[in-house]
Design a protein around this ligand. Sequence first.
Ligand code: SF4
Length: 359
Amino acid sequence: MDVVGKFYISIKKKMKLSTEEILSKEILNRDDIISLLKITDESDLEMLFNAANEIREKYCGNEIHIRAVIEFSNYCEENCSYCELREDNFSVKRYRLDADEIIETAKKISNMGFRTIYLQSGEDSYYDTDIIAYIIYSIKQSTDAAVTLNIGQRNFEDYKTWKIAGADRYFLKFHTSNSVLYSMYHKKKNLFEKINHLKYLKRLGYQIGTGNIIGIPHQTIEDIADDILLCQELDVDMASFTPFIPHPFTPFQNKPKADLGLVYKTIAVARILLKNIHVHACNSLEEVEKNGREGALKIGANIIIPDFSTETNNKLLLHPSRIKKMLENTEFISSKIELLGFKIATSKGNSLKLKALMD
Ligand code: SF4
């Protein structure tokens, strides 16, 4: 090749692609993802969000899945810098539900029509391998619901036992794919360990979910691009990109909350790149902006996990008035979703990668 040819190729490499050109590519690379995350122009943003919405529609139809979360314990033995539930936060009023209360709640929730029971807690070893296995097995025997566990990083034997007991899905966030930031935020664990756990969970046959936090101190756009790419590498079934919210009595209490626009861009880019996965419109979006969660449904997200924590965080959980309130909340959320033109799904909402086989 002559000098002019080489010069032409090097100039072409340096030329920035337009948003339209990036969105028309079959496969996006890291530079493309970074460019999309950096969009500021209104018409480019519209193009990005429309593209993400089209892909959501192609893979998810117009159905939105509602997961019923039971936050059964807010004790946590970890100390993540950004989290209000961190062990050192003595301002949090801690609670635990016992196994039978959790099972009874799951039955009631299932009778309301929910097809996924999403069991959530901090990393709380009070619930040992057998207790969790008993809860999972009992729920699976008495309901027709899928069980998702979001109870933190445990050991490999636990994951195996719980899979045998009937658990379907495991949600384990890596929070950031930048190992330096990871060790800054998490003193007790390391990123490579977490990634290995996610890979092991996938090998065991769990549908796996993970994700990051947007806007945590010191994070760059490049980090967010790498987070999305890590989700791709892990072949995740579900992903959640949550906004950073500064919580009182945590090391980051004075830091600014996440920029909603960046969270939306992340959700949209993730949908475009990862295509057939479930993407959460997480509850904390409401803390960034009112109706932030509904906004996410319009740009790529397809999962809602209504926050029933005020109904589930104490021993009055099973009182009929609480159940009534929960139903009212659900109806309210459902009607808001339907107003946006979506339909509430009635299936279990298994992994879109397994859908044909399992639903
Ligand atoms: Fe919070 Fe989860 Fe970290 Fe516990 S493990 S401090 S609940 S983020």
